[in-house]
Design a protein around this ligand. Structure first.
Ligand code: ADP
Length: 311
């Protein structure tokens, strides 16, 4: 039996359906990624899984326990790192973690040890006596992780934990996900960043408009992608004329501009590269760099939905 089993789960807000007959099976011991654009229904899904939100329909079982019937028992198994920070700004870092430790019923020496262990794990042991008001966004996020893992939960759920933080904290968090998993926790990690999910997750479910539109190991998902390659041209001289001409080329699809990059898809870079270079030269575009990327999760999302992940 799967460690987490969601069957036919539905959640509505008024007339909007946020999670639409969703099915998911997550195995014990894996790092499972929920990938999808903003609004796809990732947070709603994990909030229901954690017993924070009621489902309108369907069932969720975590480690053999029904979330609807025994939400408190499920909450004890889970460490949730929510999207919005949940910290007391006027309490010290150590007191914040202690507050959560008390909620989980930890006492005395064990509680003190676990608080120290959690702060050390997220690299904040030297700041234990300071309040989060003085912390950077990344440090606050790491403190929130310490609060969520101090009771050594079997299942750790992280909801977009790297949004809006510095690269150093981001790397620290990704590394800590791997370590927590190696120490025995099953991890569910939501993100709209394809690169993060690709870097750390064993299996991935891609969500869009409340549905899972694809699910499998990264290898399985890559095999579903058509053989299109992505070409990225970096230049500071993007003009409407060059974009229009690239779009008119019959073998080039999905031409778009992303800051100083032109991104497009071709079935074979070997065949179309000369044409692309010719069009750029014709419009006097000086190319700073050019990269051809193999199909990835982003390509799969584009193929399945006709949209880009970060639209
Ligand atoms: P994600 O985490 O993938 O960004 P969410 O689960 O937050 O997606 O949202 C899914 C959909 O549900 C969105 O259309 C969002 O606007 C809607 N939604 C989420 N929370 C609420 C709420 N409290 N009230 C009304 N609509 C909501």
């Amino acid at each position: 039996m799967a460690f987490v089993e969601m069957k036919d789960v539905v959640k509505r807000y008024g007339n909007t359906i946020s999670v639409d007959h969703l099915n998911l099976s997550i195995h014990e011991g894996e790092i499972f990624g929920l990938l999808g654009p903003n609004g796809a229904g990732k947070s709603t899904t994990i909030n229901m899984m954690s017993g924070l939100m009621k489902l309108d329909q369907g069932s969720i079982i975590v480690d053999g326990i029904s979330v609807e019937e025994r939400p408190l028992d499920v909450k004890r198994l889970i460490g949730l790192v929510p999207q919005d920070l949940a910290l007391y700004e006027t309490m010290t870092a150590a007191d914040n973690v202690t507050f959560f430790a008390k909620l989980y019923g930890l006492r005395g020496k064990l509680r003190k040890e676990r608080v120290e262990e959690a702060l050390e794990f997220v690299g904040l042991q030297d700041r234990a006596k300071e309040t989060p008001a003085t912390f950077s966004g990344g440090m606050k996020r790491r403190l929130n992780i310490a609060c969520a893992i101090m009771h050594r939960p079997k299942l750790i759920i992280m909801d977009e934990p790297t949004v809006g933080i510095d690269p150093q904290s981001r790397n620290h968090i990704l590394e800590s996900v791997r370590t927590l998993n190696a120490m025995g926790s099953t991890i569910i990690y939501t993100s709209h960043y394809m690169e993060e999910v690709a870097a750390i997750c064993d299996r991935v479910a891609i969500m869009e408009q409340g549905h899972v539109i694809a699910c499998g190991t990264q290898q399985e998902l890559r095999e579903r992608v058509s053989s299109e390659e992505k070409i990225v041209i970096k230049t500071t001289q993007i003009s409407a004329a060059v974009i229009d001409e690239l779009k008119l080329h019959p073998q080039i699809s999905n031409v778009s501009v992303n800051e100083d990059r032109i991104e497009l898809y071709v079935s074979s870079s070997q065949q179309e590269l000369q044409d692309i270079l010719f069009i750029c030269a014709k419009h006097n575009i000086i190319i700073q760099s050019l990269a051809c990327e193999e199909p990835n999760l982003e390509t799969l999302f584009l193929n399945l939905t006709g949209r880009k992940l970060r639209d």
